[in-house]
Design a protein around this ligand. Structure first.
Ligand code: AKB
Length: 318
C-alpha cells in the first residue's frame, strides 16, 4: 500500500484529493500536509494524519516523510495565476524553490512525486486550437514561468536521478467544495455560486474567450491514475495535457440557464484576467494522455452543471 503525503492538503484541489486518496489507499496511509493558518477541519482532520508542511521548509518536510515512511508526494503548493502576478517573487519561492526541496527529499527518500502543471504553462505564441502535447511554451505570466520550470525540473530529476516524477497540465478546475483563490478560471466556479444564490453574475472574462476546464471528480481521477500508470507505457512524464471540456462564458451561462431560466449574467471585463485568458489555449489535444495511460474524462459541461446545481445549495444555503 502506498504511503502518501499531500502538500497543500487544505487548498482547492488538495482538500478533495486527500479525501479521494484516503478512500483509495486508507485514511492512515495519506498524510494531509498544511501550512499554519490553513489547518484541516472536519472530515479532513478526522479521517487521517495531518502535519505542518511548508514547502519552503525542507528539513521539516524531510522529517514528516521519514516519520510516516512516505513513498509518494503530491505537491500542490502554488500561487494561482492572478495572485502570482501581484507576488512574483513569492510565486517563484513556493513554486520553484519549494519544488526543488520536494525533489531533493524525494531523491533521498525514494519517493514518487506529482507536481501539477497547468494550461498556464502555455503562452501567446503557443498554437491555441488543439494545443499539442509538445509545443511552444513561452508564457508571459509568473505563474506560467513557474509551471514551465516545474515541468523541466521534474523531468530533469527523473532523467538524471531516476525520481519517479509524473504530472498533468490541469485546465481550470471547477468544484462545489473548496473555492479556488486567485486564478483566471475562477469565474467558472463563481458563476455557480451566484446562480445558486439567485444573484446576477458579473463576468470578468470577455464573451467568446475559450479556455479548457475540468470538473473536480475528473481532475482527481487524473491525479490518481497518472501515479498508478504503468511506467513502461509512458513516453511523456511532465506534464500531460488533459482535456475534458472547453467553453466561453456565454456557453457556461447557457448551460446554467437550462436549469435556472431566471439567472442573469453581465460582463465587466478585468484586463489582467482577460490578457491571461487570451494567452492560454482554446482547447488542448490530450491524445498522449489517452494513449499512454488511458485518460478518459466522465463529465461534459451539462453533466457538470447538473451536479454543481444539485450539490452546491446544501453547502452554501444555510
Ligand atoms: C488559474 O486560473 O490560475 C488556474 C489554472 C488554470 O491553473 N485555475
Amino acid at each position: 500500500m502506498k504511503k502518501i503525503l499531500v502538500i497543500g492538503a487544505t487548498g482547492q484541489i488538495g482538500s478533495e484529493l486527500t479525501m479521494a486518496l484516503r478512500s483509495t489507499y486508507g485514511g492512515q496511509n495519506v498524510v494531509a500536509g498544511y501550512i499554519v493558518g490553513a489547518e484541516p477541519k472536519g472530515e479532513l482532520l478526522e479521517s487521517g494524519p495531518a502535519e505542518i508542511c511548508d514547502v519552503t521548509d525542507a528539513p521539516a518536510i524531510d522529517a514528516v516523510v521519514k516519520k510516516h515512511g512516505i513513498d509518494t508526494i503530491y505537491n500542490l503548493a502554488a500561487l494561482l495565476s492572478v495572485v502570482a502576478e501581484g507576488k512574483p517573487k513569492l510565486a517563484w519561492k513556493i513554486g520553484v524553490d519549494g519544488l526543488w526541496n520536494i525533489l531533493e527529499i524525494a531523491r533521498e527518500n525514494g519517493c514518487a512525486v506529482f507536481t501539477p502543471s497547468s494550461i498556464g504553462s502555455f503562452g501567446p505564441t503557443t498554437p491555441h486550437v488543439m494545443t499539442p502535447q509538445d509545443t511552444i511554451q513561452r508564457p508571459r505570466t509568473m505563474y506560467g514561468v513557474t509551471k514551465v520550470t516545474t515541468e523541466l525540473l521534474s523531468d530533469y530529476f527523473f532523467l538524471k536521478y531516476g525520481v519517479d516524477t509524473r504530472a498533468v497540465r490541469f485546465p481550470g478546475v471547477i468544484s462545489n467544495v473548496t473555492p479556488p483563490g486567485g486564478g483566471t478560471t475562477d469565474y467558472a466556479v463563481d458563476i455557480y455560486y451566484y446562480a445558486v444564490r439567485g444573484e446576477k453574475f458579473t463576468c470578468p472574462i470577455k464573451e467568446g474567450t475559450l479556455m479548457d476546464m475540468i470538473y473536480m471528480p475528473d481532475a482527481l481521477k487524473a491525479a490518481i491514475d497518472i501515479m498508478e500508470a504503468d511506467p513502461s507505457r509512458l513516453i511523456h512524464r511532465n506534464a500531460f495535457n488533459i482535456a475534458s471540456m472547453s467553453f466561453a462564458p456565454e456557453t457556461i451561462y447557457a448551460s446554467i440557464k437550462k436549469y435556472k431560466p431566471d439567472f442573469e449574467m453581465v460582463y465587466d471585463v478585468d484586463p489582467l484576467k482577460q490578457s491571461i485568458a487570451e494567452s492560454w489555449p482554446d482547447c488542448m489535444d490530450d491524445s498522449c494522455a489517452r494513449n499512454e495511460w488511458d485518460w478518459n474524462p466522465v463529465y461534459d459541461l451539462d453533466g457538470m452543471t447538473r451536479d454543481m446545481l444539485e450539490k452546491l445549495p446544501a453547502r452554501i444555503l444555510k
